[in-house]
Design a protein around this ligand. Structure first.
Ligand code: ACO
Length: 323
């Protein structure tokens, strides 16, 4: 059976760090309110002139390094983002060009906070289908550019960043044992589209717009949607919460993460949490958390890792990976 195996990870955070106390000088909020409701202490914000493609390239270079690959070894780039550099071309082709790659193909995937899981599942399908050999899968966002910095109910939640992995098609049985992406489960339901959206766009307002969210409504659906796809991944592979080594969720809100893990019966010690210092970086949050856990030695060869996310659309999904 062909499998896509992860060769390396990388991530990048912009230098500027914005704390809750910094935010309290901009809108009527407090460190206490933000920490208590979300678990977030600080987030990183891209500099003027620093674009989503720049964050993506920085993360991609580190992932290539970790994988021991040259940019030209890559024949597929899938970039998950809801904050592209431009309406078109896809930010993925800008990344391709900045990395000096002119072969293979590159495109963006747009599933907001679930973007990385969607991109991983898509790359896995292309690799197993034989359409590419080695893929860069990237989540990169500059959400600071679509926030209404006068709306305290949203601007305190998000941050900028990027994470990337290099995925390779293994030639089949005998070469990889049981490593790789074991299963992915994606869902969406556009009936929820107005609970979390951006109020602008090329076809509607010809403006970029700002993020709008019914926070309580998102919260109300999040846990059941997350547990639905995670349980589907367990069922498809005959595994369970016990067998899991690491749970790496999309980093939106500490309360959503803890409630999901509790409902799934996942030991709190197995949860990787980075939102304290990153905020919600949308499609970048999972590869950022994954890279942190790989580099600090928590994630080891052979570990069973569940990645999951839920976000605007609504979209939601989970991937189970044997490291
Ligand atoms: N600082 C201080 N007070 C605030 C702030 C703030 N930043 N934001 C809102 N408030 C006030 C509200 O105005 C309200 O005041 P009122 O009672 O006088 O009207 C009060 O705090 C309570 O507001 P609620 O919206 O009821 O607060 P809630 O407990 O629901 O927490 C939150 C809000 C944190 C947004 C929560 O609903 C949540 O986490 N939702 C999930 C949303 C999410 O994570 N989205 C991420 C994107 S989707 C994804 O990535 C999965």
């Amino acid at each position: 059976v062909k499998r896509s195996i992860v060769l390396g990870t990388g991530s990048y955070l912009p230098a500027r760090r914005l704390t809750n106390n910094d935010l309290a000088k901009m809108v009527d909020t407090s460190d206490e309110w933000i920490v208590q409701r979300t678990g977030i202490h600080a987030r990183h914000i891209a500099a003027d002139g620093e674009f989503t493609s720049d964050l993506a390239v920085a993360a991609a270079r580190k992932a290539l390094d970790a994988a021991g690959c040259q940019p030209t070894d890559i024949d597929l780039i899938i970039l998950a983002t809801a904050t592209p550099d431009n309406t078109f071309p896809a930010t993925a082709v800008t990344v391709q060009h900045k990395l000096g790659i002119s072969s293979g193909f590159a495109f963006d995937v747009h599933a907001v906070c679930s973007g990385f899981v969607y991109a991983l599942a898509t790359a896995d399908a292309y690799l197993r289908g034989g359409m590419a050999k080695r893929a860069l899968v990237i989540g990169a966002e500059t959400f600071s550019r679509i926030l209404d910095w006068e709306d305290r109910t949203t601007c305190v939640l998000f941050g900028d960043g990027a994470g990337a992995i290099v995925l390779e098609a293994s030639e089949g049985e005998g070469t990889t044992t049981d490593r790789g992406v074991l299963t992915s489960h994606l869902r969406s339901d556009g009936a929820h589209r107005d609970k979390l959206y951006v109020d602008g766009g090329p076809s509607t307002t010809q403006t970029v717009g700002h993020l709008r969210m019914q926070g309580k409504e998102v919260f109300r659906h999040a846990v059941s949607m997350i547990t639905d796809v995670v349980e589907a991944a367990f069922e498809a592979t005959g595994t369970d919460a016990e067998a899991l080594d690491w749970f790496i969720p999309h980093q939106a809100n500490r309360r959503i993460i803890d409630a999901s893990a509790k409902k799934l019966g996942i030991d709190p010690d197995k949860i990787v949490v980075t939102l304290e210092d990153h905020g919600n970086t949308s499609a970048a949050s999972i590869p950022l958390a994954l890279d942190q856990a790989v580099r600090d030695g928590r994630v080891k060869r052979g570990d069973l890792i569940m990645l999951e996310a839920m976000g605007g659309g609504f979209t939601w999904g989970a991937s189970l990976v044997r490291w």
